[in-house]
Design a protein around this ligand. Structure first.
Ligand code: ACO
Length: 503
């Protein structure tokens, strides 16, 4: 019988489950031979399969419990995957599209009619595509990042943040008239309702600005109740503009609150990044004029952070948005995910780390601590980039531009030496750990005069176009439904309630 989609999987009494489901859970089984994919259909793969054989016509893929022994037949070239279930001897042929099989196609693999069917177990989504997306292309092995097909290097050199935002949201670069309208619209939605001001003033003097941003973006949903109608494309487009426009205002208000300064209202005569700096740093002078090199560096940093396909925060936006909630609430989920030290909080953690290291002489001891598992080298490593992070290369150049204006951040010498030592150390080389976008971004933000707890806020401002572009794409994707992963239940079987006195 088909299980109710809302009911937890694998929660029946132990006795009700087939034997293979009730054995103690020991985590994913490790193949005795590493999984691999042969380079060409002509290659053969020697494998004896302990439980379940998987053969791709034209190619051969991973299996469980392989040992090198038997010959694989040459493939026919068909785009299918043949799976033999050694428990039953049955074989299944699944279609392959874009090098992918559909996880739900595995459900037909059953030992008997009452069996729920085969699932995949993929903690942290290491090898599961949750959507088809045309927004961002990322090739981690070769350090490639493209928004809508355009290389990040070209966009960082030639484009502006708002132009990139248009590209991400609409799929194409704008012509001049489209860009002018877009910039006008964003500029004229930077103001926030006065209630936002009083809402923000309600936070304690030492509130973390990211917490303030998170709450105030959620609060926007109460000010724009029409945003709940996500079936209206025009309404959605307006919320997208509002979100991109108001994010710097909210971030700057948070900063002014924790620094005890009066809020500065947006100035429609300024560019996006200039206006943000003005709302942050204006102090009584009639006109705030930041150095154009700093404005450009900030714009580039926003461009570099604008999207990164299905990362933790974007997945949060899509997952929460899949419940058909308004976009402010969905983006709030993204901000919450970004708040974490393993995601957006890393650049703040990098600076704290550099400060703790204090001098170049202390680096070897620090590295030994990292290798001994005491802590992580923050700003190093990435789930996807296993060669280099192209954003880190661009940021290093932006560092030079900013330090030309502000003078060199004394922590830079520690960072440069740390990078040099780590890149030569076998521990990091073996694990393919390279500096990521956050290794140097914190140094730039600090040089721009930002306190460390504002760094994640800057990341959130930059990432907003990506979040809303992915949210918009999800809404238009007929295959998407409410996100609801499965689980492998490892808890107790059914047992009777014990009265408190008898425990
Ligand atoms: N320092 C030391 N060791 C590390 C680091 C690091 N920064 N990153 C990974 N490793 C080690 C792990 O201990 C593990 O070693 P093991 O195989 O001996 O157990 C191995 O490298 C693989 O690490 P995982 O944690 O499995 O890699 P994963 O892909 O899950 O993690 C992550 C990626 C979270 C980014 C990780 O590299 C990390 O914690 N880095 C530091 C935090 C950071 O800079 N985050 C920013 C990411 S970029 C962004 O969000 C914009």
């Amino acid at each position: 019988m088909r299980r109710d989609a809302g009911a937890p999987a694998r929660t029946q009494a132990a006795g009700m489950l087939p034997a293979r489901r009730t054995r103690p859970f020991r985590g994913p089984e490790r193949p005795t031979v590493p999984s691999r994919r042969l380079e060409s259909p002509g290659d053969s793969f020697k494998g004896h399969l302990g439980r379940c054989a998987i053969r791709v016509k034209g190619q051969f893929f991973m299996t469980t419990q392989q040992t090198a022994s038997s010959d694989a037949p040459a493939g026919s070239g068909a785009e299918t995957l043949t799976i033999v279930d050694n428990r039953t001897g049955r074989s299944y042929e699944l279609p392959i599209t874009d090098d992918t099989i559909r996880a739900t196609d595995l459900r037909q693999i059953k030992v008997n009619d009452s069996d729920f069917g085969m699932m995949t177990y993929d903690p942290a989504f290491m090898n599961t595509a949750s959507c088809r997306s045309a927004v961002t292309y990322l090739d981690g092995d070769h350090g490639v990042l493209r928004y809508r097909g355009y290389p990040i290097e070209q966009l960082a050199e030639k484009s502006s943040f708002l132009e990139v935002a248009y590209l991400l949201v609409n799929g194409e670069l704008p012509n001049q008239a489209q860009l002018d309208t877009w910039v006008h619209e964003i500029t004229h939605h930077t103001f926030v309702h006065e209630n936002v001001r009083t809402f923000m003033q309600g936070f304690r003097y030492d509130a973390h600005p990211m917490g303030m941003l998170e709450s105030s973006v959620g609060m926007l949903s109460t000010l724009y109740p029409e945003s709940k109608d996500i079936t209206d494309a025009e309404v959605n487009d307006l919320q997208i503009i509002r979100l991109i426009a108001k994010m710097p205002t909210l971030g700057a208000f948070a900063y002014r609150h924790i620094t005890g300064k009066p809020f500065v209202y947006p100035n429609n005569e300024l560019s996006y990044s200039e206006n943000f700096l003005s709302m942050l740093f204006t102090t009584g002078v009639p006109k705030y004029e930041p150095d154009p090199r700093l404005v450009r560096a900030l714009d580039v940093l926003f461009i570099l952070h604008a999207d990164h396909e299905q990362n933790c925060s974007t997945s949060a936006v899509r997952s929460v948005g899949s419940s058909q909630v308004d976009p402010y609430s969905a983006v709030t989920a993204g901000i919450a995910a970004l708040y974490g030290p393993l995601h957006g909080g890393a650049n703040e953690a990098v600076l704290q780390m550099l400060r703790r290291i204090k001098t170049v002489d202390n680096i070897p001891d620090f590295i030994e601590g990292v290798k001994g598992g005491k802590e992580r080298l923050m700003g190093f490593g990435h789930r996807v980039y296993k060669n280099f992070d192209p954003r880190a290369t661009i940021i290093k150049k932006a560092c030079d531009d900013v330090f030309e204006v502000t003078g060199v951040n004394p922590l830079l010498s520690i960072a440069v030496e740390l990078e040099k030592i780590a890149l030569q150390d076998e521990y990091f080389v073996k694990r393919k750990l390279y500096p990521n976008v956050d290794f140097y971004s914190g140094l730039i933000y600090e040089a721009l005069g930002m306190p460390a707890d504002m760094f994640t806020v800057l990341f959130a401002i930059g990432r907003t176009p990506g979040w809303v572009a992915q949210w918009k794409e999800m809404l238009g994707d007929k295959e998407q439904k409410i996100s609801r992963p499965r689980q492998v239940y490892i808890g107790a079987g059914e047992r009777d309630y014990v009265e408190i006195g008898a425990r």
